[in-house]
Ligand binder design. Structure first.
Ligand SMILES: Cc1cc2nc3c(=O)[nH]c(=O)nc-3n(C[C@H](O)[C@H](O)[C@H](O)COP(=O)(O)OP(=O)(O)OC[C@H]3O[C@@H](n4cnc5c(N)ncnc54)[C@H](O)[C@@H]3O)c2cc1C
Length: 430
């Protein structure tokens, strides 16, 4: 590894910023190029589940005091993960230590996306905003990145961390595909300070999942803000003031997401961007369900109701290791049905950091170290893609026999504590 070695990270999302923190902590020069000053993706207003795998990788990359801030600004620990029928009959429940865990680092956490981003940006002086990557060139063994504003940056390694629509991937792996699954999600946020008393109790202490007859799936999760900001982290983003309740980062809330094949909702293209039409479609989809679930639509803050098309990546063949590599959604974007995409991106960042540190120390040749990172990442990354797609199909299945078998399986697991332990442990292994 020639010195000075400089890493160009395209994209300042969860994976790119984790890598930047990890490289900084290990004295490796890097700069992040992020297209936005404020993230306008509406989903940035929601929570993100950080698993034990993600927690360990963040712990490895963040300086200890920032990991401590991350830990203290997470929502109250999830105390339950429950599977219900649409009539709210319990199928399977993981409670207490099954989900919360006792390890101070490797445990399940409910993080606010806004707060996590604040943590990951903290103390980084090498993040360049309003820099939209356009293309790269290899010049005499170095990489030059060009941006839409006409500027350029030069380095020794280019890391694509620019998310599912990655422009780096489109140039580097033009055949790699990201496709629509045909499923869409309608999501909303309910603020607990005004609605807590009107929400059914079992929905108030963790995550609830429903796979219903007719091919609809419901995800419900709570984000309980327990303390105030720590050292300026955990509050609202000044730049998002006035951007609406979706971006409120200080009030506890419950979020729900109802999904199905698009045709089940009978929504026109225009209606997909219309909160009122989405709420009506969600209510129609849940007709005949338990009142506890149907109430969620009425209780949601109408300004937070939005729609999300569900996409997935298609596995790619390995490439010849060079001066461009990828991490996170830029290479293996997945459906959100297992809630693991961010954790895999964070894991990628920690492993790539480790590879670069090993090369800098002379323990591995640079190409070998990056190649090892890529081989492992393609393996577990696309396994996560496959598992997340399978989980989506199971959740929104049209097949009554498949749904019944799945319910029987969940009920059986619920009655077998040793099996439950194994399944619970696997919830954090990505
Ligand atoms: C509804 C939903 C719920 C989810 N819940 C969970 C969960 O609970 N747990 C979990 O682990 N995962 C979850 N995920 C998945 C998770 O959000 C992603 O996998 C994760 O954000 C990927 O991180 P990333 O850094 O690879 O990409 P991103 O976080 O998308 O970051 C990419 C960054 O690159 C920037 N960028 C894009 N193009 C350019 C360009 N040309 N130039 C410069 N910058 C650019 C973007 O602005 C962005 O900041 C969920 C996803 C969805 C859709």
């Amino acid at each position: 590894m020639s010195e000075p070695f400089h890493v160009l990270i395209i994209g300042g999302g969860i994976g790119g910023l984790t890598l930047a923190q990890g490289l900084k902590r290990n004295g490796i020069s890097a700069a992040v190029y992020e297209r936005d000053r404020t993230l306008t993706d509406r989903l940035q207003g929601y929570r993100v589940h950080i698993s034990p795998t993600g927690g360990l990788a963040l712990h490895e990359c963040l300086p200890p005091h920032l990991f401590d801030v991350f830990d203290r600004t997470c929502g109250a620990p999830t105390s339950a993960l429950r599977f219900f029928t649409e009539q709210m009959r319990l199928l399977l429940a993981f409670d207490g230590d099954f989900v919360a865990g006792t390890d101070p680092v490797a445990r399940h956490r409910s993080a606010s996306r806004i707060t996590l981003r604040q943590v990951l940006l903290a103390e980084l002086d090498n993040v360049h905003f309003a820099k939209t990557f356009q293309r790269y060139e290899e010049q005499r063994g170095r990489i030059v990145a060009y941006f839409d504003d006409g500027t350029r940056a030069e380095g020794d390694l280019l890391v694509a961390a620019d998310g599912g629509g990655s422009r780096v991937r489109r140039q580097f792996l033009p055949d790699a595909q990201r496709v629509e699954t045909g499923v869409i999600g309608i999501a909303g946020k309910i603020f607990l300070d005004t609605a807590r008393e009107r929400i059914a109790r079992p929905l108030l202490d963790g995550i609830s999942l429903v796979s219903a007859r007719g091919g609809l799936g419901l995800f419900v999760a709570i984000q309980e803000v327990t303390g105030g900001p720590v050292g300026g982290i955990g509050g609202n983003e000044p730049a998002l003031a006035g951007a609406g309740n979706l971006y409120d980062n200080t009030r506890s809330y419950l979020m729900w997401g109802l999904s199905a094949k698009r045709e089940k909702f009978s929504l026109t293209d225009v209606e997909l961007a219309d909160s009122a039409a989405l709420a009506t479609a969600a209510a129609r989809g849940m007709a005949g369900w338990s009142r506890a679930f149907r109430d969620l639509v009425d209780l949601a803050d109408p300004t937070t109701i939005s729609c999300l098309p569900i996409r997935t990546s298609v596995p790619v063949a390995p490439w010849r290791t060079g001066r461009v590599t990828l991490l996170g959604d830029a290479i293996h974007s997945m459906t959100p049905y297992r809630g693991i995409g961010a954790n895999v991106a964070i894991k990628d960042a920690a492993r790539l950091k480790r590879a670069l540190v090993a090369a800098r120390r002379g323990e591995r040749a640079l190409d070998d170290a990056i190649h090892d990172y890529e081989t492992g990442m393609l393996d577990y990354g696309f396994r996560a893609v496959r598992n997340s797609l399978k989980a989506m199909h199971q959740t929104v299945t049209d097949s009554l026999p498949a749904l019944m078998i799945s319910r029987l399986t969940l009920r059986a697991i619920n009655t077998l504590p040793p099996v439950k332990h194994i399944v619970a442990r696997r919830l954090g292994e990505e």
